[in-house]
Design a protein around this ligand. Structure first.
Ligand SMILES: *Cc1c(COP(=O)(O)O)cnc(C)c1O
Length: 438
């Protein structure tokens, strides 16, 4: 499998998977996308329906990257990356949840971050090289990356987060691990953190002397393993012909992974793209006008994105045709009140807590199923449940007047001492901290 940048208009450069992973963002500013459309349909059909997630991930890694990994490397990679797996749970007559929050940070981002960390550390070991991963976070990405890279050999991780603008639990997830995970508490906003990270990568001397690398969500190494759980759900549910996937979306990485799975032979024809009130993509599907703008805060805050970064990959997959994209995607969105209402309704009906992002997905799925009832075969949806409800106690309490349990793998952080390096919101402050620590 080879990869090319979305901005390589002359179609000149092809990279291997491992090279695309270490590049992160292409030098022309584009995102890497896969060039081949393997048809995995036959192979999928021949797999046993009860196949385990690790087994499926191993087979897919081998099928996609047989030119880069041996069979036993694929197996070792997936066994190390996925000590957790997705679960399917029935919510009611029309909705199933594909629960993706059993990894260490309790959100689906663990799948991508963990696979990426394993690939990078294995490759660095082979090359006898060390790198420093630099990421800016507003909360969730940082904790998935910190957990995934924790104690990985040949890799130090520097995380920039805005002082006093992340929750206490989020901060502890970044600052309590220590070892090779270094948390930098920036006296500024998330935008300051992103700017400093960008300046650090652009400062060639600094960036080369530390071998800076990125692990942010546009990395193709995070997208690929997200295709695996779509295949897994499809395999488990293949006796349903009347269902749709529904993906709660912000930067649209998760949905793009579903589209890749479709390109590689997963026999589904449509997806629901669900957002909160940051409805840039549902609007595009309806009007054909892409109008990125400042994001609005919502209770589903990991989806508060006004300019979705993976939209560029989606355009590439659909050859820049609005019609082609809107033939496959049904858009739907939920405002704040609707998110609270759905969360409460699900809890009252089933006793199950769902996170606010999953609630936006459930609401979107219900809206689309209702609208399609008379014109299509679709009667049910599999909603991707993106995070453990325990991460959003205040929102859930506001909606239901009760509180879910905090999972043990998060509550353990509340008792560990925090360690961070306070820095001013400028590159030189980060540089002096680096020379003191790394
Ligand atoms: C990141 C995130 C999302 C949005 O996923 P995208 O791939 O950016 O569309 C949804 N829910 C949760 C809990 C997240 O952390």
């Amino acid at each position: 499998m080879k990869f090319r940048s979305t901005r390589d208009r002359k179609e000149q450069t092809e990279l291997s998977f491992v090279d695309a992973v270490f590049e992160g963002l292409a030098p022309d500013g584009g995102l890497y996308y896969p060039l081949e459309n393997y048809d995995l349909r036959k192979i999928l059909q021949n797999m046993p329906d009860s196949i385990s997630f690790i087994e499926l991930a191993t087979e897919l890694t081998q099928l996609l990257f047989h030119d880069e990994f041996t069979k036993s490397e694929s197996r070792e990679l997936c066994t190390a990356a996925f000590p957790f797996s997705p679960k399917i749970r029935e919510l009611d007559k029309e909705l199933l949840l594909l629960e993706l929050f059993y990894g260490p940070s309790c959100a689906f981002k663990d799948f991508g971050a963990s696979y990426l960390a394993e690939i990078m550390s294995r490759e660095l070991e082979k090359q006898g090289r060390k790198i420093v991963i630099l990421v800016a976070t507003s909360g969730d990405t940082g904790s998935a990356v910190a957990q995934a890279f924790y104690k990985k050999k040949n890799i130090e991780v520097a995380i920039l987060y805005p002082s006093q603008r992340v929750s206490r639990l989020q901060e502890l997830q970044l600052c309590a691990l220590k070892e090779n995970i270094h948390a930098f508490e920036v006296r500024g906003s998330f935008d300051d953190c992103q700017r400093i990270a960008k300046e650090a990568f652009l400062d060639v001397e600094f960036s080369q002397s530390y071998s800076l690398s990125s692990a942010n969500s546009i990395n193709i190494g995070r997208l690929i393993p997200q295709t695996f759980y779509y295949f897994y759900a499809w395999k488990r549910l293949q006796n349903f012909h009347d269902w749709l996937f529904c993906t709660p979306s912000g930067n649209f990485g998760n949905l793009t992974a579903g589209l890749l799975a479709m390109c590689w032979g997963m026999p589904v024809q449509h997806f629901i793209a669900a957002t909160n009130k940051n409805k840039i993509v549902p609007e595009y599907l309806e009007t054909g006008v892409f109008h990125p703008r400042a994001s609005l805060p919502s209770p589903a805050n990991a989806m508060d994105v006004g300019n979705p970064s993976n939209f560029e990959r989606m355009l590439q997959l659909f050859k820049h045709s609005v019609k082609a994209m809107s033939d496959v995607l049904y858009g739907a969105w939920a405002d704040d009140e609707e998110i609270y209402r759905e969360l409460r309704a699900v809890y009252e009906k089933t006793g199950i807590y769902i996170c606010p992002h999953t609630a936006a997905g459930c609401s979107g799925a219900r809206q689309v199923l209702q609208a399609l009832r008379n014109s299509t075969r679709y009667r049910r949806a599999v909603v991707l449940a993106t995070a453990d409800p325990g991460k959003f106690l205040d929102t859930i309490e506001k909606a239901t007047n009760s509180r879910p349990e905090l999972p043990e793998r998060l509550s353990k952080f509340l008792t560990i001492e925090k360690k961070s390096y306070k820095i001013e919101p400028d590159l030189s402050s980060l540089q002096s901290a680096f020379s003191a620590i790394l």
